[in-house]
Design a protein around this ligand. Structure first.
Ligand code: GLN
Ligand code: ZN
Length: 768
């Protein structure tokens, strides 16, 4: 029985890689110093894994930016626009080309855009999307994987297991940049290069190669399935004497089970955390030649493994295939978990004893191995912690549990239907046609961020801090009045982050000091941890909304983050369904909505930018998720009177395929990102009539560019062809916190002018 690990966090124990990369980008350290920092991280990681007793220690899981981009470089899939990076600037090396692909290149007289970035399955990790052309060629371009393999051997004294994204998943994660072909058709050109890589690794001494094929856990077309059979058939035929482990994760194999277990490979890794139910079918079908790597330890969360559950899987599998053909492993690469729980000195010890980060998860792999071999002490210690958590007063709040159980359909239902509410809201707010608003935040300038840092360090008193935030708020309100915006916001100057701000005020949440997880490139996030039943001990936003409303006669929008987004961007409990946690958060937000209403706030926005990213990977599971997610939002929004106007906001993704579910959220107004795609969203309304009011973003806040009045009028006219004019709002496509003030003011002035022009143009009586 082998102890296997699929991948390890590469930022380093103290985010050294982030710092080194950023210093290299700004010219503060040399290429050698950057490489030195990387070498150190890799060496520490390998050493740590060897010490933890891992048999199959991964290599090439390290990456300066992203492992998919590494593959593009390894395979020579380098878009033509990057050629000048090496040819024009002779001092550049491969790493500079690599960073140019990741981040764009704007110097030495060159101006080359970065490659696109998108979410890695249902994680919060973003990868660089490979670009393919009709005449796409592949060849070994980068030597990184070979160098890293040799380096690992030096350090650990034995062969590490090189990790690559498998050929089929590499192609499927990319994008066709030209018409006239399907990316999967490139498989015949691609596989020979993989074979060359594998054979070269074998010459260097590799015994195992891990090829990640996460797409095996997704819905696949016939062609894609054939590509998998072809790929692994070819590799088996042409790469003798080396063992291939195909890794799947994030979901179940389901209809791809037959295919997967019959691939001519040495081992198959399966995710038994996300999809424990798949084990039986796999065991029933597994041929004698195949080993199974059992992903029993959650690579996506921060909790201690329940050895009882894991051992049940392991012993069942051993019963069918025998110990020699079993590996114990985390469910996926540990890239998605923070580095080391030992660094957390401020987590309450009782709770800390329920947790495990990457380093601890390796120890769990080892412990399970030892328990299978008779060590009962380790088992009992683990079960003590699991039981303690289960019955702890810290996780259990009887009142919250009872309230969630008592939720009725009526709780998820506004008092009257939308047309009635719309009428009442029109009478109350008397807004013009094409009302203007913004999404919530205004520029979080260095001044504002510094205030928060000073408060933390004790250089400012709470009072001084509050006064400074009040001033920023007042200024932004005056500015919005001057510009002539109809529904104002307070600017969110008091908030660090849209989830953290609420997490800090909710019970059941904890925050780590060093729980960083890579989000993309050098950017890391530190998700808050939900450990217990969530409740709201007191008002969270009323003070600031109230203060803001007092400064103006215009309606001031209250601003909240919705239950699904709070859930999605936190580490959540694994001891109850996500839907239950979502409902707990929904009730807390509902109480805040009602408190705002009682304080006289008539318009309240509940942001749900993350609702789409919670979608399950398999389409068959979409309806169940959408059902509870939409309901949780509705619970948060439905405690108010008919004349209180509920807004929601969404961004970051395409919404056309879930537009009916978005409508089912029944927000009175939705503001939604669409400007980058020139209102592609509107296509959804050709065969679906969106029933409520909607503000399709009229300009892209992700760039400092100031949009012209004309282009926004055009977009509004375009919107008015697919939506009733009286339902259209005018707003940017997201919050403005990442922008600077000058462009923000110019853009909003143009936006208000555009709304005025559209009113004149579109309010005219239609003449035949
Ligand atoms: N209200 C938030 C803001 O304006 C929304 C942010 C978001 O959509 N990600 O910053
Ligand atoms: Zn947004």
């Amino acid at each position: 029985m082998l102890k296997n690990n699929l991948g390890y966090p590469r930022m380093g124990s103290h985010r050294q890689l982030k710092k080194a990369c950023e210093q290299y980008w700004s010219g503060k350290i040399t290429r050698d110093e950057l490489n030195q920092a990387a070498r150190k991280i890799k060496e520490e990681n390998w050493q740590l894994q060897v010490n933890a007793g891992i048999d199959l220690v991964p290599c090439n899981d390290f990456s300066f930016y992203d492992q998919v981009l590494d593959m593009s470089l390894l395979l020579g899939a380098i878009p033509a626009r990057y050629t000048p990076v090496l040819s024009t600037v002779k001092t550049n090396q491969e790493i500079d080309l690599y960073f140019a692909m990741a981040r764009g290149y704007q110097k030495d007289g060159l101006d080359i855009t970065a490659m696109e970035m998108t979410k890695w399955f249902d994680t919060n990790y973003h990868y660089i999307v490979p670009e393919f052309t009709v005449n796409q060629e592949f060849r070994i371009f980068s030597e990184k994987i070979f160098a890293e393999f040799n380096h690992a051997k030096q350090i650990s004294g034995k062969a590490a297991k090189p990790v690559l994204l498998g050929p089929v998943s590499y192609l499927l994660s990319g994008k066709e940049k030209e018409a006239g072909f399907e990316k999967i058709d490139l498989i015949k050109k691609l596989v020979p290069v993989y074979i060359e890589i594998i054979n070269r690794l074998k010459i260097h001494g590799a015994e195992w190669i891990q090829l990640d094929e996460p797409y095996l856990a997704l819905d696949l077309s016939k062609k894609e399935k054939e590509a998998l059979v072809y790929t692994y058939g070819e590799i088996a035929r042409r790469c003798g004497g080396i063992k291939i482990l195909v890794a799947t994760y994030f979901d179940a194999l389901l209809d791809n089970t037959q295919l997967a277990v019959n691939l001519p490979i040495a081992a198959l890794h399966i995710d038994l955390v996300r999809a424990p139910e798949q084990l039986d079918e796999i065991l029933a079908l597994v041929p004698e030649s195949l080993s199974l790597s059992l992903g029993v330890i959650d690579g996506r969360n921060v909790w201690k493994n329940d050895f009882k559950k894991s051992l049940a899987h392991i012993t069942k599998a051993i019963g069918v295939v025998g110990t020699e053909r079993i590996m114990i492993a985390p469910s996926c690469s540990l890239l998605h978990t923070p580095f080391d729980l030992d660094q957390e000195t401020e987590i309450y010890p009782e709770i800390k004893n329920w947790m495990a980060f990457a380093k601890q998860k390796l120890q769990e792999v080892n412990a399970l191995y030892q328990i299978v071999n008779g060590n009962t002490d380790l088992y009992h210690a683990n079960q003590e912690a699991i039981t303690a958590r289960q019955f702890s007063a810290l996780t259990n709040n009887a009142a919250v549990k009872a309230r969630v159980e008592g939720i009725t359909d009526a709780d998820a239902q506004r008092k009257s239907a939308f047309p009635v509410r719309q009428q009442l809201q029109q009478e109350r707010f008397k807004l013009p046609l094409f009302p203007t608003t913004t999404i919530g935040s205004f520029p979080q300038t260095d001044d504002i961020r510094q205030l928060r840092a000073q408060l933390k360090k004790g250089e400012l008193t709470q009072q001084e801090y509050d006064t400074a935030i009040e001033k920023a708020t007042i200024d932004s309100i005056h500015l919005q009045e001057q510009i002539g915006i109809d529904v104002l916001v307070h600017g969110e100057f008091e908030r660090n982050d849209m989830v953290e701000y609420f997490g800090e005020q909710l019970d059941g949440y904890l925050f780590t000091k060093n729980g960083w997880v890579q989000s993309y490139g050098s950017r890391c996030v530190k998700p808050p941890v939900i450990y217990g039943d969530v409740s709201r001990p007191k008002d969270m936003t009323v003070r600031w909304s109230n203060f803001a409303q007092q400064q103006t006669d215009k309606p001031m929008k209250g601003m909240l983050t919705g239950p699904i987004t709070i859930l999605q961007w936190s580490f959540v409990r694994d001891d109850q369904p996500r839907s239950v946690t979502a409902n707990q958060i929904a009730l807390a937000i509902r109480d805040e909505v009602v408190a705002l209403e009682q304080a006289g706030i008539g318009i309240i926005q509940i942001d749900e930018p993350a609702i789409r990213e919670g979608l399950p990977l398999r389409k068959a599971n979409w309806p169940a998720y959408l059902n509870w997610a939409v309901k949780a939002f509705r619970i948060s929004a439905s405690g108010v009177q008919d004349d209180t106007q509920i807004h929601t906001h969404m961004c970051y993704s395409e919404f056309n395929d879930i537009i009916e579910n978005i409508a089912a959220m029944d927000a009175d107004v939705i503001t939604i990102e669409t400007s980058r795609s020139q209102m592609e969203l509107l296509e959804a309304f050709s065969d679906f009539e969106y029933p409520n009011e909607i503000g399709p973003g009229v300009y892209d806040i992700h760039s400092p560019r100031v949009p012209s009045v004309e282009e926004m009028v055009d977009l509004l006219e375009k919107a008015a062809t697919s939506l009733p004019a009286q339902n259209i709002w005018v707003n940017p496509d997201c919050g403005l916190k990442t922008r600077k003030w000058p462009e923000t003011i110019a853009a909003l002035q143009n936006m208000v002018d555009a709304a005025k022009q559209a009113r004149e143009k579109l309010a005219e009586p239609q003449t035949a």
